[in-house]
Each structure stands twice: as C-alpha cells, then as structure tokens.
Design a protein around this ligand. Structure first.
Ligand code: FAD
Ligand code: NDP
Length: 315
C-alpha cells in the first residue's frame, strides 16, 4: 500500500511530489497517459516561453520547466507512472484507484489533475496556437507581438472581461467578439470593459476563422454576424480565446464537493477536501489565479497538509 498517491503531473503534482518525497513518504505520481485531454507534464507542455515563473530570469520553455520540476521530485525518490486514473473509491480507507484493470491503494490522496482551457474547435485556432493565439492573457499578453497592435478577445464572461481589460495595457485596441448582444459577465466587469476607451464590443458575432500565415502568425480574424450571416475581417496580431475552462474533476463527481463549474472545493486557506485524507491543489481547485506559480504553491500546501494529516493518524 502507498502512503500517498498524487494524480497529475503539472506544476501542482510535481511540487506535491517534491515535498512529500522530502518528507520521506515515498510518493507515487500517476502522471496520465497521453490522449486528447491528458498530457503528462500538464498545460505548460503546450506552450513555448514561460517568462513569469520566478527563478528563470531569461525565461524558459514550458516543457523544459516541467522536465526540471520532474527531475527535482525524482531526486528525492518520487516514483512516476504514465497511467490515467479512470475510477476511484474514496468511500473507505485505504483509498483505491484504478487505471483500467490496474489498481493501487493509498492512505492519502493528492488530486492535481488541472484544467483545460476551452477552445472553439476551429482548425485555424489550433494552427495559430502560440503564434498569436492564446487562452491566457496573463501568460502571453506582455509578449512583444501584442504591443500597440489590435487584439481580439472571444467570449462574454468575466474571464473575457478580465482578459480584455488586462490586454488594454499592451494593445492599441481590444475587440471583444461575443455571440450575443449582452455579456454574461458580472455587471461591474461588463461595464468596466464597455466603458474602456480602448475596448470595442463586437456584438452578436462569432469567430469564423483566424487569419494569418506561417511567417507572421496571426494577422487578423474573420468574424460572422449571427443575425445577418455577414462576415467581415478585423486586422490584429493576437487572438485570446476566453470561453471558459474545464477542470479535470469528473472522476470525483458525487464524491468530492465541486462548485457549479466543476472546480473541487477546498477548505479556505488549505487543500483539505470534504473527504478526510484527500487533498486538492492547482487548477482543478482554482478558477481565479490559474498560474504555474500558484499551482506549485498549492501543491506545496497539499503536500504539507497530507504529511501532517498522515502523522496525526499515527498518534
Ligand atoms: P496541469 O498543468 O493542468 O496538469 C494537470 C495534470 O493532470 C496533467 O499532467 C494531466 O496529464 C494530469 N491528469 C489529468 N487527469 C488525470 C487522470 N485522470 N489521471 C492521471 N493524470 C491526470 N502559467 C504561468 O504561470 N505562466 C505561463 O506563461 C503560462 N502559460 C500558459 C500557456 C498555455 C498555452 C496554457 C494552456 C497555460 C499556461 N499557463 C501559464 C497556466 C499554467 O499552465 C497552469 O496554471 C498550470 O499548468 C496548472 O498546473 P496544474 O498542475 O494544476 O495542472
Ligand atoms: P463563463 O462560462 O462565465 O463564460 C463563458 C463565455 O464564453 C460566455 O459568455 C459564453 O457565451 C462564451 N462561450 C462559451 N462557449 C462559446 C462558444 N463555443 N463560442 C462562443 N462563445 C462561447 O466562463 P468564465 O471563464 O468567463 O467564468 C467562469 C466563472 O469564473 C464564472 O463564474 C465567473 O464569474 C468566474 N470568474 C470571475 C472573475 C472575477 O470575478 N474577477 C474572473 C474570471 C472568472 P454565452 O454568454 O452566450 O453563454
């Protein structure tokens, strides 16, 4: 039986592994097996430059950073398996996990399964990902290609408002493309965006195509008016897709408390879930910050919480 199993291998999972390994718990990380939704190493494996993680003054590529995280956790004895957990039984301890036919049991479980940004599903969207198209303004907004250039944001929720407002710090103009004539966002955020002199709302419009070429990346978008069917082009160097995120928490439906958007709920200021011995960290429980540094920080919290909880079970 394992002391602690960590599900997920992004910044949160690897950091939880580092800390539990240094606490002599000999952790096992189930990293996930590569598939459409699962990527060992997590979301940063899909990006190029990470410029906002402290400790890398020159920046670092996402995959190199995750390789470093993994190496550091391995140095203290963490074991890793490329397995995707398909079922869990958290109703009794020890907990049981399945990946297909294979099973493991553990005394404590750390859930670090992350989240995936939602995309529209256009082939051109995929083609220009990281070449002007992004799903994270905090991550990419400051890149030189967006400076003093028009930018397009797609979406009408609070995320889209926040991304658009943040991007006004860099772009010359920010167009918010929204499929209805009213934002879903909270009133205060929507008003702030609509009143901003650099923001233009493109109502009743959907993104029809991302335009560009291999050399320049994104050079514009074609949008379609959903009421008239008319299309028109907007020149821009950036497109930010902000139509929401999906936390990878379906595995825990009905067992762990989740909010209305599927994020696992943890106790305030800790990683404790509603099931004693199960801890959650990173983007699967964080709909606000969603950054590598915050995921790593909460991975550390989950490891410390799990270590202390296990110690308390022995006394
Ligand atoms: P994730 O990185 O999402 O990792 C989750 C892990 O769980 C994955 O390894 C997955 O394989 C695994 N998993 C899921 N389900 C299962 C299962 N059932 N069984 C086993 N394993 C499973 N943040 C920054 O700070 N700076 C940036 O520059 C930056 N750039 C970004 C660029 C892009 C394109 C994207 C998408 C995100 C970016 N982010 C950036 C955000 C950052 O990547 C996330 O906040 C961070 O990766 C979250 O870490 P995590 O460990 O919680 O989850
Ligand atoms: P939401 O689900 O609230 O909004 C998603 C937006 O994207 C909606 O406007 C939706 O349109 C649009 N959309 C979804 N799918 C498509 C599609 N296929 N094509 C075009 N448009 C699409 O997600 P958010 O990420 O914005 O917010 C999630 C939660 O996090 C919310 O509860 C929000 O309040 C919260 N949040 C709070 C913040 C804050 O308070 N500072 C910041 C960010 C998020 P439609 O409206 O037509 O459905």
């Amino acid at each position: 039986m394992e002391n602690v199993i960590i599900i997920g291998s992004g910044p949160a999972g690897y950091t939880a592994a580092l800390y539990t390994a240094r606490a002599n718990l000999n952790p096992l990380v189930l990293e996930g097996e590569i598939s459409q939704d699962i990527l060992p190493g997590g979301q940063l494996m899909t990006t190029t430059e990470v410029e906002n993680y402290p400790g890398y003054p020159e920046g670092v590529t996402g995959p190199k950073m995750m390789e470093d995280f993994k190496k550091q956790a391995a140095r203290f004895g963490t074991r890793f398996l490329y397995k995707t957990v398909t079922k869990v039984d958290l109703t009794q301890r020890p907990f049981t996990l399945w990946a297909g036919e294979e099973t493991w049991q553990c005394r404590a479980l750390i859930v670090a399964t992350g989240a995936n940004a939602r995309y529209l599903g256009l082939p051109s969207e995929k083609h220009f990902l990281n070449r002007g198209l992004s799903a994270c303004a905090t991550c990419d907004g400051a890149l030189p290609r967006f400076r003093n250039q028009p930018i397009v944001v797609v979406g009408g929720g609070d995320t889209a408002m926040e991304e658009a407002l943040f991007l006004t710090n860099f772009g010359s103009r920010v167009h918010i493309v929204h499929r209805r004539d009213k934002f879903r966002a909270s009133k205060i955020m929507a008003e702030r965006a609509v009143k901003h002199p650099k923001i233009v709302a493109e109502w009743n419009s959907v993104l029809d195509e991302v335009l560009g070429n291999d050399k320049a990346g994104v050079t514009g978008v074609r949008i379609k008016d959903v009421t008239t069917g008319e299309t028109r082009e907007i020149g821009c160097t950036g497109v930010f897709i902000a139509i929401g995120h999906k936390p990878n928490s379906d595995l825990f439906a009905g067992v762990l408390n989740r909010d209305e958007n599927g994020y696992i709920q943890t106790d305030h200021d800790s990683s404790f879930t509603n099931v004693a011995g199960v801890f959650a960290c990173g983007d699967v429980q964080d709909h606000v910050y969603r950054q590598a540094i915050t995921a790593a920080g909460s991975g550390c919290m989950a490891a410390i919480d799990a270590t202390r909880w296990l110690e308390a079970q022995e006394t």
